[in-house]
Design a protein around this ligand. Structure first.
Ligand SMILES: Cc1ncc(COP(=O)(O)O)c(C=O)c1O
Length: 918
């Protein structure tokens, strides 16, 4: 946000996506204004204008500051008074101090004097400038939200008592924020990311007096689902606890009540950690608050590893690198020791003793760390993996799928699944995602397609063989399924289906209330509850009656309900390293399966043993443990910031006149056809309307676009995606990305993305656009024509994306259903005599268009994005070949241009068909 413009005219709330950003910008605008007042004085037109701006900024900040402990509403009012009394000197010093402490985070480390009469200590340390050691030594800071409608005297009493019970040995430091109502509590926890604990006291009221649209919109989300207004007064406290758990399950809530234990018993208190009947036992409360935060702060394995690294150990096992011995004695590889520092080697060991644990048979700190991760991600069990989600996917598939079981798979899923299918011997029914021809990418699999495939298998009497539905959520390009709808409707057709959700890109989603509702673990927990609900049982019975003689068309059109006795069986695999803090390859498998203990546990153990190294990397495990601590304490803040960064990119490209000319950020309506966007929302930002209410989209639509993944259409520049990525972004400006399509590039933001990296990206895009403008200004007629032709070639003449054709009959059991035996096809190709090679030439195209049946003997996987356009046993269609010939990526795994396309010989296929028929 440009401060100058803030001074001239306050930007409207609709210009902002995030209240946090709005707050930050208003404080820096206030600081600028205060400095202006200091410099020019309050006389004359300029002085009057500056005073007016300062007053407006105070007005705009007042409802926001209510929810933050620093500077706190009293200090804020003090600043306001300083201005009213025209105490310019003190006012400027105080505002500057607060604004700087907010930006630097200094308020987290020590008390910042706000009144003008305190010692003027301008020597603020910048949090980010401190060494990691210094920061690690400081006590972490958080805020405690107290919900109670207190008067000034009572408020002072509360604050004084909480300060009084502080002890030097406390591991953390916290400050209270006091809000009067249940509504304020909900707005507070959705806005103030410093809050780690909430104390609900008996004096709370229901309604907030606050009227600030950007904060109210948070509340609206809760109100869309909950009838907050109907809560009865005696239930304000318990209901506040329940709603807090719903909105931010990672927070600790404490209920203080003056009612009796019997009044509270039987009420749903969410995750309330304790109920206190004595309002005044502040020490007990204080100790509980610290213990609650420490529960999340604990990192059992990381701590054990740190302890281990301090022990003086003689190494008589493998691993010469352990304790750095092979390096420190070396004359040639000292550089490695210097580069990594000593700790990494002190922490390297192959021993599972000395307080450490074994990933293969965890009983100690690894087990504890995994259990804590399960809690954090809403799973019943969590397993760490040190070789990526590629391996997690194979483990889950092997644990659950028996040879011959039918698995419904999205065809454009990651290659690890396809290999997993081969290993498990699954019968694979591929489903097509909707194509986005214009942008040369796939969307996701519509529920209609999933249900249609299931119903076809049901009609063919094969439903008992169907074991699993496997989908990618979100997709590489950021398409997010309506997980609840998919699971529920599928369970309505087969009540014990297992779901594997590949959440390689979605680990962060758990920590935003908006995203969370579309994660596998959250939905599994919601469904467990819903299936037990008598209202659901009734609704299901009514639907059964209504659908008694329904035909397929009706079933496809109806939003089906899951039977009350359905089994909730969900697995999610997450590349923690892709979206959260973890070393590369750190991944997790989350399990929420009612039948895990009874049916799967042993097989899961075997599958885990099959794929896990006996030398798992301890540093990766430790980083998973620490990554979990981070998200439980600050995931909410970081994800919020990440979304805000991505939204800033979207807004900038959409509104900058020069950027608009050559680029376009793809909107939900560009990437999701209207029939899957029930909310009708087309874009996240509109120049006239500002931000659209994205909560509604997430609650309703079949697919949502994850706003943190920004696909930029670059066809208008005349460069294809790959050239734009390598020649412009990487070579010229050092910006790294990894996914492109023919006419787009994907910018992924993550929890480490900063406002300045976003600003740099925008700067670069503006520079590229300027250069293009200049180039075209001076271009000859011919050059202009050539440019226009290139652009048209990229935007208009895009080769259509091919559907999955089908498995060849030799690999199928019956032609009425699509599933195929991919393993037989895969191993048939091991014998070179069964294979032939064909050039990708016009001749091949001719043979295909004349109807010849050619069958792929390999996976053909263009990289990126890394999913196969052909799998072993798949009939090659002319569309697939045209697409392959037009591909613009440099890596196509499984295809060797010097040899040609690997296909099965007709003899091999005939022999197999005969054998199968016998
Ligand atoms: C959807 C999907 N699943 C799984 C993986 C594999 O994850 P990992 O790199 O952690 O092995 C990827 C990698 O890009 C992916 O995009």
């Amino acid at each position: 946000m440009n401060v100058q413009s803030a001074k001239d005219k306050l930007p409207s709330v609709s210009d902002y996506y995030s209240a946090v950003q709005l707050r930050a910008d208003r404080w820096s605008a206030l600081r600028e204004t205060a400095e202006g007042i200091h410099e020019h004085g309050i006389e004359g037109r300029q002085g009057a204008r500056l005073l007016k701006t300062a007053e407006e900024l105070f007005e705009a900040l007042a409802p926001i500051e209510l929810y933050w402990a620093f500077p706190g509403i009293h200090a804020f009012n003090h600043l306001r008074r300083q201005l009213e009394q025209r105490n310019v000197e003190d006012f400027t010093v105080s505002v500057r101090r607060v604004a700087r402490a907010l930006t630097s985070g200094a308020y987290r480390r020590r008390t910042i004097p706000v009144g003008g009469d305190e010692i003027d200590n301008e020597d603020f340390e910048d949090e980010t400038a401190l060494s990691p050691e210094d920061r690690a030594l400081g006590r972490p800071y958080f805020e405690v939200l107290i919900v109670d409608n207190v008067n000034e005297h009572q408020e002072r009493f509360l604050r004084n008592n909480l300060h009084r019970v502080r002890r030097a040995e406390d591991p953390f430091i916290y400050e209270p924020v006091i809000v009067p109502s249940l509504e304020d509590a909900l707005m507070g926890i959705l806005f103030n990311y410093n809050v780690q604990a909430v104390i609900v006291r008996p004096g709370l009221v229901l309604k907030s007096k606050n009227v600030l649209p950007i904060i109210e919109q948070y509340l609206q989300r809760v109100k869309d689902e909950e009838d907050v207004d109907a809560i009865e007064p005696h239930k304000y406290g318990p209901e506040a606890c329940r709603l807090i758990a719903k909105v931010r399950p990672e927070l600790d809530a404490y209920l203080i009540t003056d009612g009796s234990a019997e009044d509270i018993a039987g009420l749903d208190l969410g995750k309330c950690r304790r109920v206190f009947y004595n309002q005044e036992d502040f020490l007990e409360l204080h100790l509980n608050i610290l213990r609650g935060v420490n529960r999340r702060y604990k990192t059992p394995f990381f701590t054990a590893l740190k302890e281990y690294s301090k022990q003086p150990t003689g190494v008589f096992h493998a691993m010469p690198i352990s304790r750095g011995k092979s390096i420190s004695r070396s004359h040639w590889i000292q550089e490695m020791g210097a580069f990594y520092g000593p700790n990494i080697f002190l922490a390297e060991t192959s021993a599972t003793s000395g307080g450490l644990d074994s990933l293969l048979e965890p009983r100690g700190p690894i087990k504890e760390a995994q259990d804590m991760a399960a809690r954090a991600f809403g799973a019943k069990q969590t397993f760490f993996a040190t070789n990526g989600t590629s391996t997690c996917n194979k483990i889950v598939v092997q644990a659950l799928v028996r040879p011959g079981d039918i698995v419904l798979v999205d065809r454009d899923c990651h290659k690890s699944h396809h290999y997993g299918m081969v290993l498990a011997g699954a019968s694979v029914a591929y489903m097509d995602s909707y194509p986005l021809h214009q942008h040369s990418m796939y969307g996701a699999v519509p529920i209609h397609e999933i249900k249609h495939t299931l119903l076809k298998l049901k009609a063919a009497g094969k439903l008992d063989k169907v074991r699993m539905v496997l989908l990618t959520n979100c997709t590489f390009d950021g398409l997010v399924y309506n997980v609840e709808r998919v699971m529920e409707e599928c369970l309505a057709i087969k009540k014990d289906l297992v779901f594997l959700w590949d959440e390689a890109w979605f680990a962060f989603a758990r920590f935003s209330p908006t995203y969370r509702q579309r994660t596998a673990m959250t939905v599994a927990n919601t469904l467990r509850e819903r299936l037990r609900d008598p209202a659901h049982v009734k609704a299901w019975e009514a639907q059964q009656e209504a659908l008694k003689d329904a035909d397929e068309e009706t079933l496809l059109k109806t939003r089906l309900l899951a039977p009350p006795d359905a089994r909730v069986r969900a697995y999610a695999t997450q590349s923690t390293h892709k979206t959260l803090t973890s070393l590369r390859q750190g991944s997790m498998i989350h399990v929420n399966d009612m039948d895990f203990k009874g049916e799967v546990e042993q097989a899961f153990h075997e599958a885990y043993m099959t794929h896990t190294s006996t030398s798992p990397n301890y540093q990766i495990i430790a980083s998973l443990d620490v990554g979990r601590r981070q998200v439980e304490l600050e995931g909410f803040e970081f994800v919020q910031r990440q979304v805000a960064s991505a939204m800033a990119i979207r807004r900038a490209v959409q509104t900058h006149p020069l950027l608009k000319k050559y680029f376009k950020v793809l909107t939900p309506s560009d990437m999701i056809p209207a029939e899957y966007r029930e909310s009708g929302v087309e874009a996240y930002f509109d120049e006239q309307e500002g931000w659209s209410d994205k909560w509604e989209i997430w609650a309703k639509d079949e697919f949502v676009l994850d706003p943190t993944r920004v696909t930029l259409a670059v066809g208008g520049t005349g460069w294809d995606g790959d050239t734009f990525k390598t020649k412009i972004l990487m070579d010229k400006y050092g910006i790294q990305i990894n996914k492109t399509s023919r006419n787009s590039v994907l910018f992924m933001t993550n929890i480490g993305t900063t406002r300045s990296s976003v600003a740099y990206l925008i700067e670069v895009l503006v520079e590229v656009a300027k250069e293009l403008d200049e180039l075209l200004d001076d271009a000859s007629k011919m050059e202009k024509r050539s440019f226009e032709k290139r652009v048209a070639g990229l935007i208009e003449h895009v080769p259509p994306l091919p559907d999955f054709s089908r498995f060849h009959d030799a690999f199928r059991h019956g032609s009425e259903t699509p599933e195929g035996d991919i393993r037989t096809a895969f191993f048939l190709a091991y014998n070179e005599d069964n294979c032939d090679y064909l050039d990708l030439d016009d001749m091949l195209m001719q043979r295909l268009s004349e109807g010849e049946e050619l069958v792929s003997a390999s996976f053909i996987i263009p990289y990126p994005p890394g999913f196969p356009i052909l799998v072993p046993g798949q009939v090659i269609s002319p569309e697939i070949m045209s697409f392959m010939r037009a591909l613009d990526v440099s890596e196509i795994h499984g295809y060797r241009p010097d040899l040609g396309l690997r296909v099965f010989t007709p003899e091999a296929l005939n022999a197999l068909t005969k054998k199968t028929k016998k």
